[in-house]
Design a protein around this ligand. Structure first.
Ligand SMILES: [Zn+2]
Ligand SMILES: [Zn+2]
Length: 309
């Protein structure tokens, strides 16, 4: 009798110690991330007129959350910023597409958890080099669980393509394949910023705001996505302040300060959130929503975005 009790007690203790943390139920089934490449905060949310992001500010804002203290706290180049978001780690990775991320991505963990569903994860990017986001040099995940990739003219090494093509490919994927985990990169305004043409840089922000609004409208009206999709709109990095807008890549406020818009069935609506957070925290938040329990991250879940249950 005593022995039986002892075994029972040990059994209960063991089961408590080894139980997984209970999974919180979320309404989110799909995640769509749009990255506007390289605008400064001073031309987006930080501009009091919001003239270059009219759709984000006037049409989308009340349905989601805008984070006003959101940053790239790592290296402020394109591949680095995207890798922080997709892997949860700030890494000094080559910015030309010649090096794989050291850690597996949200895509790979999702595909591992959903065998046979790799076609439902997708990278659709104007910049060819971002194809590296789908793979990793981690020996357990390298060349495994690779998402569908449609980057640049024809994959890594083929060169950038127009954002208009990327936009068409995104709409086509949303209406046919219906991806459940999708990352989109628009190369503007970064591409025009690098030319040093201020007007083209501003036009690049406005055009990306327009494309993104159309994607957002589709997700909020389509019966497959509506009410089950978390939509993220952010940047990989900013640019130097003042007349230095042509370039980026250091730790200045202009390069680090970016925006985050987050909308979804598990998030609050119509608020500006001023808590400091960064790209790896967005990774942690996506990992939480998708229950990617095997994924590691440097970031912390942004619980302040979530509705209180
Ligand atoms: Zn960039
Ligand atoms: Zn800078």
């Amino acid at each position: 009798m005593h022995y039986f009790h002892l075994v029972s007690i040990i059994g209960i203790l063991m089961s408590c110690a080894y139980d997984k943390i209970p999974i919180r139920p979320y309404l989110t089934e799909n995640i769509v991330i749009v990255v506007m490449d390289g605008p400064r905060y001073s031309e987006t949310i930080g501009d009091s007129t919001h003239q270059y992001i009219p759709h984000l500010w006037n049409d989308m804002r009340d349905s989601g959350i805008i984070c006003t203290s959101f940053f790239n706290d790592g290296v402020t180049f394109t591949v680095n910023g995207h890798v922080a978001l997709t892997t949860g780690f700030y890494q000094s990775i080559d910015n030309t597409g010649l090096e794989l991320p050291a850690h597996p991505s949200i895509f790979q963990y999702w595909i591992k958890d959903h065998p046979g569903n790799s076609t439902y994860t997708s990278l659709i990017c104007s910049k060819d080099k971002l194809e590296v986001l789908g793979n990793t040099s981690d020996y357990q995940y390298k060349n495994k669980f690779i998402p569908t990739s449609d980057c640049g003219i024809n994959g890594n090494g083929s060169g950038y393509r127009s954002d208009s093509i990327t936009f068409e490919r995104v709409m086509s994927a949303l209406t046919t394949i219906k991806p459940k985990v999708l990352l989109v990169n628009f190369k503007e305004p970064d591409f025009s910023g690098h030319t040093g043409n201020w007007e083209d840089y501003l036009t690049g922000i406005k055009q990306t705001d327009e494309y993104t609004y159309q994607i957002w409208q589709y997700l909020n009206n389509d019966s497959y996505y509506k009410g089950k999709t978390t939509f993220i709109f952010t940047n990989d990095h900013g640019r130097h302040l003042g007349i230095g807008f042509q370039h980026h890549g250091d730790g200045c406020e202009g390069c680090r300060h970016i925006f985050l818009y987050a909308q979804g069935p598990d998030f609050k609506k119509g608020i500006l959130n001023s808590q400091h957070a960064s790209l790896v925290d967005l990774h942690a938040t996506i990992k939480e929503l998708l229950h990617l329990q095997n994924s590691q991250t440097e970031g912390h879940v942004m619980y302040s975005l979530f509705k209180e249950h």
